[in-house]
Design a protein around this ligand. Structure first.
Ligand code: IPE
Ligand code: MG
Length: 251
């Protein structure tokens, strides 16, 4: 994985939103199965192509002003799929961690996994822990892979920890949620979903409270750096009021 230098970053990131500390972009990378089926390939081939797409997007992210990138790799709801498909996805994730960890270290990418780990194979759990430890000092990009992730479950567990506390601020709740999730919990600026569906599917419910959404028909294996750049341009044209008045009216 060849990431571009910071020097390159300063000459090419002209988007008004590529300012410090950078954007948190979250992606629901959907459409792998349909991509494969439409080519007469098994769904697992779609997931492999999807992993390649993820590599390209991770490489492009820092120069587009993204400081945190959260990818929905496996939803807790995906356990309902045939075991063979889930196993193929878990194998790909393991392979990805083994191959990419050293690249992440070289490129300043800090990798975290959010979601529950108790249902993952022990070898994958170990690979996750190793990868997180090896990349802990990365500062160019925080890559968060959501694996066996359910936002509703994370919120529920965070709430359970505090069910007797009466004065809990939203900030401190966010901190608890971050502990439950691991890998931190930060507001999402832009949520992108590929594959044509227009829903959140239990992804980052708390963190997307004020996120901008971009839904694209393109399937995830066909999504490239140029698509990410145009989604960020689209985001740059949106006015984020967070419930206040738009600047033009507020004066
Ligand atoms: C998204 O692609 C990847 C995962 C859920 C792991 P899908 O597997 O949902 O692909 P479609 O939606 O069936 O095309
Ligand atoms: Mg899908």
């Amino acid at each position: 994985m060849q990431l571009l230098t910071t020097q390159h970053l300063s000459t090419t990131t002209k988007t008004p939103l590529a300012r410090d500390p950078g954007l948190h972009v979250a992606i629901i990378s959907d459409g792998n199965g349909r991509w494969a089926t439409s080519r007469g390939l098994p769904r697992s081939a779609g997931h492999r192509a999807g992993a390649e797409s993820a590599r390209r997007i991770i490489e492009a992210a820092p120069r587009l002003g993204i400081h945190t990138l959260t990818l929905f790799a496996l939803s807790s709801a995906n356990w309902k799929r045939p075991a063979a498909e889930v196993t193929a996805i878990l194998r790909l994730l393991h392979e990805y961690l083994l191959i990419e960890t050293s690249h992440c270290v070289e490129e300043g990418v800090r990798l975290s996994v959010i979601g529950r780990r108790d249902r993952l194979p022990a070898t994958l759990r170990q690979a996750i822990a190793d990868s997180e430890a090896a990349t802990a000092n990365g500062t160019r990009l925080h890559l968060r892979l959501a694996i066996d992730y359910s936002a509703r479950e994370a919120i529920y567990h965070a709430a359970c920890r505090f069910y007797k506390v009466t004065e809990l601020s939203p900030e401190s709740f966010s901190n608890v949620l971050a502990e439950v999730l691991r890998g931190g919990s930060t507001e999402v600026d832009l949520l992108i979903r590929t594959g044509g569906e227009q829903r959140l599917s239990d992804f980052l419910l708390w963190e997307c409270a004020f996120a901008e959404f971009v839904f694209l028909p393109k399937r995830w294996p066909d999504f490239g750096a140029a698509d990410l750049a145009s989604a960020i341009e689209e985001f740059g044209r949106r006015e984020r009021t967070r419930g206040a008045l738009p600047d033009a009216i507020a004066g």
